[in-house]
Design a protein. Structure first.
Length: 290
């Protein structure tokens, strides 16, 4: 039986990677009140049981300022077929317990084709967006400025969740997010404490806080279902939920993501924590599974 060529594989695999890419905004580390050095974590993403992405995440906190950087590149068998890379970075400050982003940048390259977003935030909540290619080329209407106002970028939205988890407030919250092309609400729900079983793919096992993440579309989605992507399907509201597990595994830090699961048209998407610096000792780390 003839085998499909790498070129024929590229389109469906790319869509699967985009499904895995939905996980990228969920991978920054949780901040500490005082941070002597940047915290770093590495993750591996599997789509349909196949290695798809390797991810590096870094957080720096200086006073009330934060900077998150997340980079992902195709790996394993998929990486040998074709290359895809994305880099995201957010900077901002904490004001009265609320996160106030100052800038967000995301760049990606697939077979040399760039897709870039730059967001700049004003003092009154206004957002200036530079998007290439423009939303119209994706068969979508641009998000009106009024709907962009007082929003968070995807990385800052998850950082808000991790602040709350570290303060013992639980997952329950709904946050307005604008990623440069789409405006949606990121809705977090508390599931409870659950045991994460040992895995040869992850450095973590034990008791973790589980949160359910769903997305409520608001604006900026494709005009027709035929031009939709994984997270839109026939209806943007059909985007599968994400299950996220948090645990304190970095020394001096509140909980950070240790596992993530969702579904795609190409199989399950699973993200494993593969490394963390600085590591926690046994007392500061996750509770052992009983």
């Amino acid at each position: 039986m003839p085998q499909p060529s790498p070129l024929r594989l590229a389109t469906p695999v790319r869509k699967a990677l985009m499904a895995a890419g939905l996980s990228l905004p969920l991978l920054p580390l949780a901040p500490a009140m005082a941070l002597a050095e940047p915290a770093k974590a590495t993750y591996r993403v599997f789509v349909g049981g196949v290695t798809a992405l390797d991810i590096d995440a870094t957080l720096e906190v200086t006073g009330d300022r934060y900077r998150i950087a997340v980079s992902a590149v195709t790996g394993g068998t998929i990486g040998r077929l074709f290359s895809w890379r994305t880099d995201s970075q957010s900077e901002g400050a904490v004001r009265g317990g609320d996160l106030r982003p100052a800038s967000h940048r995301q760049t990606s390259r697939f077979r040399g084709e760039p897709r870039d977003v730059t967001l700049t935030y004003g003092p009154q909540g206004e957002v200036s967006a530079s998007v290439s290619p423009p939303p119209e080329s994706d068969d979508r209407e641009p998000v009106p400025p009024a709907l962009q106002r007082d929003t968070l970028d995807p990385l800052s939205a998850v950082l808000d969740l991790l602040f709350a988890a570290g303060a013992g407030k639980g997952c329950d919250r709904s946050l307005p997010v604008f990623d440069g092309r789409r405006r949606y609400d990121m809705v977090f729900g508390e599931v409870g404490r659950r045991v994460v079983d040992p895995s040869r793919y992850s450095i973590f096992s034990g008791i973790a806080q589980q949160c359910r993440v769903t997305y409520k579309p608001v604006a900026g989605y494709a005009k027709s279902s035929s031009s939709g992507r994984f997270w839109q399907r026939n209806n943007p509201a059909d985007r599968p939920p994400v299950q996220l597990w948090l645990a304190p595994v970095a020394a001096g830090f509140p909980p950070l993501p240790v596992r993530l699961e969702t579904e795609s048209d190409f199989g399950s998407v699973v993200v494993h924590l593969t490394g963390v610096t600085p590591p926690a000792d046994q007392r500061a780390g996750a509770l052992p599974a009983q």
